[in-house]
Design a protein around this ligand. Structure first.
Ligand SMILES: *[C@@H]1O[C@H](CO)[C@@H](O)[C@H](O)[C@H]1NC(C)=O
Ligand SMILES: *[C@@H]1O[C@H](CO)[C@@H](O)[C@H](O)[C@H]1NC(C)=O
Ligand SMILES: *[C@@H]1O[C@H](CO)[C@@H](O)[C@H](O)[C@H]1NC(C)=O
Length: 294
């Protein structure tokens, strides 16, 4: 900790997604000899009958418990308050569903920067095109099916009631709290025009940080069959996804999109723990090209 007096210390508080389980991160840190620059800090949610500790992450979480996990996440509020007071970082990076870490940091004079794990197009279309009907929205509207709009409205209502407490533009609160800049999980090359629009409407500098894919040493890790297939493709010609559990309809839409766009792709399809559906049943018939089982 001696380095703390001379270096710049950033506290990063991620949402409870796949990658945040400490053992998996610790393994990565050890392997890459980063233990002198990264310190892991534990934070615990209150366990409940509905949500035992092994469900305190989106990994393997049955999808009907998604709101329950977001609610449980809010119970980390007071533990985080102690963490930030003890560590006194120079800056905080905070993720989705958590306005309180930013507020706690700001109240102690620590700048807080929002990391948005979505692409700029999602935010621009959902909020500024559909909701605020921004007359200067400069792009062709993407057509979202009614079902998706309903799902989005349900999520927004839930977040307003349990996370942002009555703020009707709840998604915007995290943006407003962010000090000067917002980090976005995207790239200029992928959707530069939306990044610019996002920056315009949020009045913040938007910094695309790339897709945050863990860099593997390909000479020693990875499925040999997939690596061989990849090595035969041109550079930057292959699409890769996804982390989220999709339902059957969503899988079909993605499959159709991939088919129409005629790109090379590797698709990691995940199912919640205990899900009985087979891969064959989850996808349109005859679709499968390459399957990487994680
Ligand atoms: C999330 O949980 C809510 C409440 O249980 C449920 O209505 C919704 O369908 C769930 N979302 C997904 C994607 O499963
Ligand atoms: C962003 O704002 C600038 C300055 O007003 C404007 O020239 C530009 O067209 C805007 N970009 C988008 C994508 O809306
Ligand atoms: C990757 O692994 C190989 C084999 O173990 C090793 O020789 C090489 O130095 C590693 N490369 C990196 C960038 O770590």
């Amino acid at each position: 900790m001696d380095s703390r007096t001379t270096s710049f210390n950033i506290l990063i508080f991620p949402w409870l997604a796949h990658a945040i389980n400490l053992p998996s991160i610790k393994n990565f840190i050890d392997k890459n000899m980063l233990e002198n620059s990264i310190e892991l800090v534990e934070i615990h949610l209150k366990p409940s009958q509905e949500l035992p500790p092994h469900y305190h992450t989106t990994k393997n979480l049955p999808s009907h418990l998604n709101f329950t996990l977001i609610k449980a996440f809010q119970t980390a509020d007071s533990s985080f308050s102690n963490i930030i007071s003890n560590l006194k970082p120079d800056s905080l990076i905070y993720d989705v569903f958590q306005p309180w870490p930013a507020k706690q940091a700001l109240s102690q004079g620590i700048p807080a920067v929002h990391f948005v794990p979505f692409v700029a197009a999602t935010f621009s279309v959902l909020h500024y095109h559909y909701k605020f009907k921004d007359p200067s929205f400069p792009f062709l509207p993407l057509c979202l099916p009614d079902q998706d709009m309903k799902t989005n409205d349900r999520l927004k209502k839930f977040l307003s009631a349990h996370v942002f407490y009555g703020d009707k533009d709840s998604f915007l609160m995290n943006h407003k709290l962010s000090s000067d800049i917002i980090l976005l999980k995207t790239s200029e090359g992928f959707e530069g025009k939306y990044v610019e629009y996002y920056s315009n409407v949020s009045h913040k500098k938007v910094v695309p940080v790339g897709p945050l894919v863990k860099q593997e040493n390909t000479s020693e890790e990875g499925d040999p069959e997939v690596l061989k297939w990849l090595s035969m493709k041109d550079q930057l010609s292959t699409v890769y996804g996804s982390e989220y559990f999709l339902n059957k309809e969503e899988n079909e839409v993605i499959a159709k999109g991939l088919e129409i766009s005629e790109v090379n792709f590797i698709w990691v399809i995940r199912f919640p723990m205990g899900e009985k559906i087979t891969l064959k049943k989850a996808l349109p018939q005859g679709f499968l090209e390459v399957f990487v089982k994680l």
